[in-house]
Design a protein around this ligand. Structure first.
Ligand code: PEP
Ligand code: MN
Length: 272
């Protein structure tokens, strides 16, 4: 396809394509309609007990979506790689019991159908934001896609990645700012709060913020979550673990259940 109307790099993702902002409704829950949606849970699904207690806390604190990775993109091949389908089965059971929606990452085109069978929303991780064959296939999936910003992607590259999915026929794309690589090494990534109002201006798609991967430091999750809400985010993704010290991935950024409860209470105040 060729597209160059008014010199815009993207067609379907841009603000002018739609009169109203995109609202994605999943099992009765609306994402991007002005209410704050919270996705929370562990980085990885580790056991039946771990994901069950996570789901209980997520639901009791008033969040709507349970997260948990089953196919993990780990920097080292020797690190925990996830429980695969067994993990998805555990998460579905926990999400259903507590009336939560669920989300999990897809790394490989071969796993799309399997993951889509168990969860409500498919996550594309930072490392795969420009995996174009994966993006094209996601355009034919009948589930929303949660697209995380590549760690060195510009806004234009980010929106062009979304464009791949939209152009292939799936209109339900959620953007997520999750921090970018900069010269600063104190934090794991540099959380780009400006991405929130900028992407809202450039695009009609819902925009989320992930202060957990955005900083990599547990104590920074609350202030950066509040900053994202003040900046107009449609939702948050928060890593929370029933026992952060024992987490098999991203232990340094996982927050304790009681801190998640405090975060939810404070969010409601800022959002109001
Ligand atoms: C995750 O959500 O656990 C994850 C790996 O995120 P990202 O792709 O943003 O690093
Ligand atoms: Mn993680």
């Amino acid at each position: 396809m060729t597209f160059n109307e008014s010199n815009q790099p993207y067609k379907f993702a841009r603000h002018e394509f739609k009169k109203d902002r995109t609202v994605i409704t999943v099992k009765g829950h609306s994402i991007g309609d002005g209410h704050l949606t919270v996705i929370a849970g562990p980085c990885s699904i580790e056991s039946e007990e771990q994901i069950h207690s996570s789901a209980k806390i997520v639901a009791e604190c008033g969040a709507q979506i349970l997260r948990g990775g089953a196919f993990k993109p780990r920097t080292s091949p020797y690190s925990f790689q996830g429980l695969g389908e067994q993990g998805l089965i555990m998460m579905k059971k926990a999400a259903d019991e507590f009336g939560l929606l669920s989300i999990s990452e897809v790394m490989d085109t071969a796993d799309i159908d399997l993951i889509a069978y168990y969860v409500d929303i498919l996550q594309i991780g930072s490392r795969n934001m420009q995996n174009f064959s994966l993006l094209k296939k996601l355009g034919r999936v009948k589930k929303p896609i949660f697209l995380k910003r590549g760690m060195s992607a510009t806004y234009k590259e980010f929106l062009l990645a979304a464009e791949y999915i939209l152009n292939a026929g799936n209109e339900e794309v959620i953007l997520c700012e999750r921090g970018i690589r900069t010269f600063e090494s104190y934090t794991k990534n540099t959380m780009d709060i400006a991405a929130i109002p900028i992407l809202r201006e450039l695009s009609h798609l819902p925009i989320f913020a992930d202060p957990s991967h955005g900083t990599g430091i547990r104590n920074l999750v609350l202030p950066m979550a509040l900053a994202a809400v003040a900046a107009g985010t449609d939702g948050l993704m928060i890593e929370m673990h029933p026992n952060p010290e024992q987490a098999l991935s991203d232990a340094d950024q996982a927050i304790e259940p009681q801190d998640f409860a405090k975060l939810m209470a404070q969010l409601n105040k800022v959002a109001a």
